[in-house]
Write a protein that binds this ligand. Sequence first.
Ligand code: CO
Length: 279
Amino acid sequence: MTPRTISHIIEPNMVIEGAGVLLRRSFGPHASNKFDPFLLFDHFAFNNPLEGPVRGFPTHPHRGIETVTYMLEGTVRHRNSLGNQGTIAEGDVQWMTSGRGILHEEMPRRSANGNIYGFQLWVNLPAAEKMSQPRYQEVTAGSIPQVQKDGVTIRLVAGDYEGIRGPVTEIAAAPLYMDVKLDPGARFSYPIPSGHTTLMYVFEGTGEFSGEVVESVSMVVFNDDGDQIEVKTEAGVRFMLIAGAPFKEPIVPYGPFVMNTREEIEQTLRDLKNGTFIK
Ligand code: CO
């Protein structure tokens, strides 16, 4: 097995979204589609009560994407045009397939100690599924398999590890998405087929990734020059491992919509205007 080398490291930008929510954004949807099949990675980290009340994401539409929300601390209250409502609690995952159209609201709340900490990943849908039926997969913390071995603790959201399958399935991109924590002195390697986009969001500690030292908080982008990733750490490190096969289709992003052509974006805007967005 050959380790993949690091292409580059992204230092997340602070951005403001929704009704004034401060986020760390590693990347957002772009026509260049460099992280295909992934479109966006945001990190909610409100850990200073002096930031004042936490604002949220009032009702907004999506078309053509899937969003994955993973909360580590604090909660997100949500409701949507399918009639679902509930709370994404600590350790829970919500996987939303917007398909042809969904309207939803997402309202973060601080935990008892004042923190909100979580991630939202956007995954593209292939052209054939952009107008599919919208749906939600709610995964509670207790149903996410946790594997512990040789100082490595993995929470497996989607994909396989040592014969165990994560609970989020039937996602068009069939991605790998897992929360990996290495104790001081631990090592971790994982095979990733060549051709698959591979990212790691390092959010705690410091580690050596393919021989290069990376400190939190950073998004590591790997080259497609090997078939496995290798991590070791002296002091301990925690990261999200994100990998998947690209669709290799052109994309046209427009705010919360990601379609394949400009005409499809124009149709989306007409649907919203004419009240035919939600069927
Ligand atoms: Co949304």
